[in-house]
Design a protein around this ligand. Structure first.
Ligand code: FES
Length: 242
């Protein structure tokens, strides 16, 4: 039986999740603290539902990704807050909805089933031995991608500064802080957050997952690379997904 892991302590959300899971024949298990709450089971839940406003939720999403890369991560927002919403997408949520829409979104993900798709970014052999900037790839559907290894994690982002478009991969990395060569904006490559302007927003950053010798970017079952926030920010038209 498919499972849904529920990490949101909210009666309305819980009722919606249980109703949607019931209609799709899935079991709901509640989890208080990340994937470790499910013990040492081999297969993960089909979907995990998390509160995007919970403290430490970005680390939580990374932990789910690391443990069960196939599990889809659904985020619930209790109030409209564009910055939080964008931060959640940057943290790796597959989908973010407000609490009134969680039932329908969950049913859609359960119907899509185990359909996560993967966008291959580069071979592990090409990344071996590299720290900091690993590669700059010019031919993705959303434009150039910069790939970095930072504090043990492999991340990638569209290599275009949100201020005036300079290639961030030409900038200087100190620790996890990347400084744009254009006008000195700084970004944290652990989260994508803007640390210093003139850029007035952070960068959409994705954590890559190693699969069969290739570092891949995880996509939802129905999404394409062109639907990612970085793509829309860059004005990429249409469905150019893999
Ligand atoms: S282009 Fe990056 S700070 Fe201006």
């Amino acid at each position: 039986m498919d499972r849904v892991a529920l990490g949101v302590a909210d009666g309305l959300v819980e009722r919606a999740v249980r109703r949607a899971a019931g209609r799709r024949g899935a079991e709901v298990v509640t989890v208080a603290a990340g994937p470790s709450g499910l013990g040492d089971q081999d297969s993960g839940p089909l979907v995990v539902v998390l509160d995007i406003e919970a403290p430490g939720v970005a680390a939580d999403v990374a932990a789910w990704r690391d443990r069960w890369p196939e599990t889809l991560v659904l985020g619930v927002a209790s109030r409209p807050d564009r910055d939080r919403w964008l931060s959640a997408e940057r943290a790796g949520f597959d989908r973010v909805v407000n609490r009134g829409a969680v039932g329908r979104a969950l049913e859609e993900l359960l119907t899509a089933g185990r359909g996560r798709r993967w966008f291959p970014v580069l071979a592990d052999a090409d990344a071996a031995g590299h720290l900091g900037l690993v590669a700059r790839l010019g031919d993705s559907p959303v434009g150039p991608l910069a790939v970095y290894r930072v504090e043990g994690a492999m991340v990638c982002f569209v290599d275009r500064c949100p201020h005036a478009g300079r290639a961030l991969a030409e900038g200087v990395l100190e620790g996890s802080v990347l400084t744009c060569p254009g006008h000195g904006s700084q970004f944290d490559l652990k989260s994508g957050a803007r640390l210093r302007g003139p850029a007035d927003e952070g960068i959409a950053l994705w954590r890559l997952v190693l699969r069969q010798g290739r570092w891949c970017l995880p996509l939802g079952p129905t999404s394409s690379l062109a639907e990612f926030p970085a793509a829309s920010a860059a004005g990429v038209p249409g469905d150019a997904g893999p």
